[in-house]
Design a protein. Sequence first.
Length: 370
Amino acid sequence: MKFNGWGAMLRKFRLGMDDRKDLENIQSMIAEYNHRMLKFCSLLFSIIFAIISSISFTGATPVYEFPIVYVIMFVTSLGIYLLARFVFKPDSSRRPVLLTFYILEVIGYGYGFYTGIVHGPFPAVTFTVMLIILPTLPCDCPYRGNILMVIVSVIFLLFSRKVKGPYMFSNDLINVISFVLVSVFLHTHQQMSRMDDFKNRQIIKIQRDTDSMTGAMTKAAFESNTIGCLRNTESEGCLLILDIDNFKIINDSFGHSIGDFFIANTGRCILDCCRASDFVGRFGGDEFVILMIGKLNKDAIQNKIMLMTENLKAFFKQNTKYDAYSISVGCALFHKGPVRPDYQELFNQADHALYVAKNSGKDKCVIHGE
């Protein structure tokens, strides 16, 4: 137990969380945060370096001579902002966004390095301020920001020793080491707190979007995810609407508690039969919806529904001795390309197919257009 406790502590110090699976679950939140912060920070850096470049061209102070250096920093920061604004997407550019964020950090460290070394013999005030501020900007595993900070600090001290006198170097050495230690603590603590906050928000979101009886998505969550999927013109798949046949008879014959048992276990069996990439929702009562993503032909859909139906019938026959259990399914396909139904039209197509299935004998799957 002691070893496990130390292991969890070291993982949290290194990753920000003691469970790698929890970290994977909040990656979408981290990516969205980093994308938003990269746009803000790169724009702020662009404004700051534009002002410094203007001052350096006047030659008002020797600290801001060599304007070309600040112009390069301005152009690079502006380029990063344009990338973040028009190229990067939170859901598909997680690694590029994070890598670019660290490049922006290096630019900030470079500014502190430039003012503390090239324009010596000045104390490393700007550089030590950067040590506190820059690591806290992106959200990432703490060890990466800490490693970058230590590497940059070592390089700074090596140059400080070479170009500054012993007294000034000793002052830099004490300040940089002190600020690195403080920054490692603050940075690590902030990343842990930030990730704990994302984890709590994820738990609240799951509880809000999950139907407590079945474990499927709520109607609002399913609609939101499906609309988001349909907006991607490269996606394809099908929407299924499932309904338990003769459910009113089950409720009237056995009571609402048994009816709830049928609904709950129908939902769980559907989830077991679906892939992790599928969306499964409950629209209330005994009606369920499934969004299956991927290239699917009609035979594959029919086989999937047949397997699901067989599993459901076997479960209820074994656990309730009810032989008449069956489901009816309506299906509507959507394909790649800009010409495709929107969510409401796709739902109406699947709902009409379900109506046909219900009115043509039940216990079957009808695909819209067949």
